[in-house]
Design a protein. Sequence first.
Length: 288
Amino acid sequence: MDGNMTMPGKRTVQTQSGLISYREQGAGAVALFVHGVLLNGHLWRHQMQHLSDCRRCIAPDLLAHGDTRVEPGRGVSFNDNAEMLKQFLDALGIEKVDLVANDSGGGIAQIFAARYPHYLRSLTLTNCDTHNNWPPEAFKPFVAMVAAGGLRGAIAAMLADKSNYRAPEALGLAYEHPDQLPDDVIETYLRPFLDNEVRLAELERFVGAFDNSQTVAVEAKLRELKVPTLIAWGTDDIYFDVKWSHWLAETIPGTTHRIELKDARIFFPEERWMDFNLELRRHWQASA
């Protein structure tokens, strides 16, 4: 899946929300990539590697994820992460971005876009938390497990035996071909949670703060969002049905295209990256 990739170095920038870790590659107009729960900016490695010829690609680790350090007392909810993105861009002196998001990052991106549309040159949403569709039924057992105190054991088990991560009852159903996901990618996603007990507790708070009232609250603002928007959806996603791509396309007046990737699953940005990158290029060129 990954081949011989040259990965961008990690950087940090201080914000009110915390010390935000991020990856950066390329130059020019900024594309900001937002990942979802349990992952980090590494999700976007294929975009950063192959789109850096036309964009300054930046992929932060969300609050409670990766190597980002949350300031004591700060929240880590979707709303808090949307505010962090604003602080992050301000700290880097960035005024406009092409925003691209997946999974819970898509819910966070909708909140950000609704509150701060003037930061957006364009918007791309892939399979993600939308309106009142989350947490999805297929993810509720994980939410319950976290609430019961089982998160550390679950992550430890997935790191000790990577087949546990690829299992259908874990994250296997998020991929078309979970057997092709390299062990080192799983390590990159999950190891930060065990290497830092504070981060593990932050992830527990992140999952505990799942509340779709945060995305429901921005519906009216989404209905005013004129920024050029691409909706790209995998059709074989057990978490977020294709109907939500239609909901977004019908709700956001700036939607220019809604596309479906047949049989793709939620993490298609890393599995179907060539197809997705082509669509991003087309979208950005049309939005210029």
